[in-house]
Design a protein around this ligand. Sequence first.
Ligand code: GLY
Length: 355
Amino acid sequence: MSVIRNIKVSAGKPYNVTVGKGLLPRVGSLLSQTVAPCHAAIITDSNVAPLYLAQTEESLRSAGYKVCSYVFPAGEKNKNLVTLSGILEFLAENRLTRQDCVFALGGGVTGDMAGFAAGCYLRGIRFVQLPTTLLAAVDSSVGGKTAVDLKAGKNLAGMFIQPSAVFCDTDCLSTLSDSLFSDGLAEAIKTGVLFDAELFAMCDNARENADISALIARCVQLKADIVKTDEFEKGPRKLLNLGHTPAHAIEKLSGYRISHGCAVATGTVMMARAAERLGFCTRPCAAEIGLMMISNGLPITTNFTPEKLAEAALGDKKRSGDEITLVLPEEIGRCTLEKFPVSELCEVFRAGMER
Ligand code: GLY
């Protein structure tokens, strides 16, 4: 009998994250205690639909839900207002009401857009996250951040809205390509660098070596602890943005051809190097983090210049007036939030890029 793990997220609206094998074919019956059978709108993308849509529909229908499904073209480049508008029109055409529920079946792009649509539609209806990628499982499906990208940058329009439940069926991870699997590991390694040296060690060549269900549950528990103290990112939740300021710049400058996970890997190593050079480290860790990324097939350098990255990053939402808050590793398992004048961002990036 495989292990099923439950993690409670004590946000303003509490909910459970369930992690284990074989959950998707049972999601209807597992959920019916929390969200009673209603009209269910499944939102998914063109990669995930052929793999998991039919079994999700069947599971919900047999538990008494009425089901409609919307499939959008896969890819970060479609995480925009046009796709969001298509989802909202679909919910309206199918006459979902405030008693009904949206299901985000897929990776981070799907979760972000379906969650945002659920938050806007009728000023907010319930939604459930069904993550099918490792990145969504360890990070984006938990904590209630939803968004679309704007021309000026990534995730610039969005809201905090917590799901009613998250079901992470680890069987879905078996169909991930190595590169999609690695994308998720970048966020797991980031979480280890932030809070937990043991989790960091678990990530070593993780597709071969790790108990992935335990690794996901540990990431979710650490994220739940932060969300409990700072749901709306006024303080400590900003730590979860480790590596994300350079990462969002890399993604944007690449026209979203470089994946979020690859960009986070490079960005996290950059911030660790910068922390060492600027004197914030109590125990140097950039080389160790770099090796961990490489062991999982992730990149740790970029061809974009510090000037280009800083220019792109200054459209980023984490800027506040003339200051920007950056996350700097002190050692593996502990990081600090530091404010810098925006005029110094380029120099911080340069410090993170010199070898
Ligand atoms: N992905 C960072 C956060 O949820 O705050």
